[in-house]
Design a protein around this ligand. Structure first.
Ligand code: GAR
Length: 209
């Protein structure tokens, strides 16, 4: 089975959804390790409690992005990781690292890309008055929150929503779609070919330029 490395920065609820999914005997991957750039991330404690090896690669210990990314890459290599899942990992990765992992690195974003890239997506969705919001799992490319889309889930925006209530509704969907996307990638059913996602031979619509 391919070994998955999960990169986190915080609470780790998406990480837990991947760990729980991968615990099923028929899941086509195993979680090889969890890496956090924050020593105090709550997700680290949760991963340890689930008996997943954890590592800290603290970005503050490196003088620039390339040396931090080199340390991350070394940790992934030492742990013999095949596929990387960014799960609430809040650091931008260098082009060099992303290129090295092209087609083998996926991310979850709490919005329906290409809308609401970046931070504070739920606040911004409410401010724009959108009626549908959601989450996206995509292959990682050097530009932030832009990669070819694997899967999305939509939720309604309700009249009395706050960023918190809307975010919770989206998060429930995140926990469903991230394991599904990882499964498709690890089974080889979803692949990145010439910058597009191919699912079982069908080419999906290209990502926006
Ligand atoms: C999740 O909502 C994830 O989609 C988002 O951070 C949260 C992490 O929660 N990711 C990003 O904003 C990436 N830019 P979690 O630690 O409980 O999974």
């Amino acid at each position: 089975k391919p070994r998955v490395g999960v990169l986190i920065s915080g609470r780790g609820s998406n990480m837990m959804s991947l760990i729980e999914a991968a615990a099923a005997p028929d899941f086509p991957a195993e979680i090889g390790c969890v890496i956090s750039n924050r020593p105090d991330a709550h997700g680290v404690v949760r991963a340890q409690a689930a008996n997943i090896p954890t590592r800290i690669v603290d970005h503050k210990a490196y003088e620039d992005r390339s040396s931090f990314d080199a340390a991350l890459d070394e940790a992934l290599t030492e742990e013999q990781i095949d596929v990387v899942c960014l799960a609430g990992f809040m650091r931008l990765l260098t082009r060099a690292l992303v290129m090295k992992w092209t087609g083998r690195m996926i991310n979850i974003h709490p919005a329906l890309l290409p809308s609401f890239k970046g931070l504070n997506t739920h606040e911004r969705a409410l401010a724009e008055g959108v009626k549908i919001h959601g989450c996206t799992v995509h292959f990682v490319t050097p530009e932030m929150d832009v990669g070819p889309i694997l899967i999305q889930a939509a939720v309604p925006v309700l009249e009395d929503d706050t960023p918190g209530s809307l975010g919770a509704r989206v998060l429930e969907q995140e926990h469903l779609v991230y394991p599904q996307a990882l499964r498709m990638v690890c089974e080889g059913r979803a692949r990145l070919e010439n910058g597009r996602v191919v699912i079982d031979g069908f080419e999906m619509a290209p990502p926006p330029l």
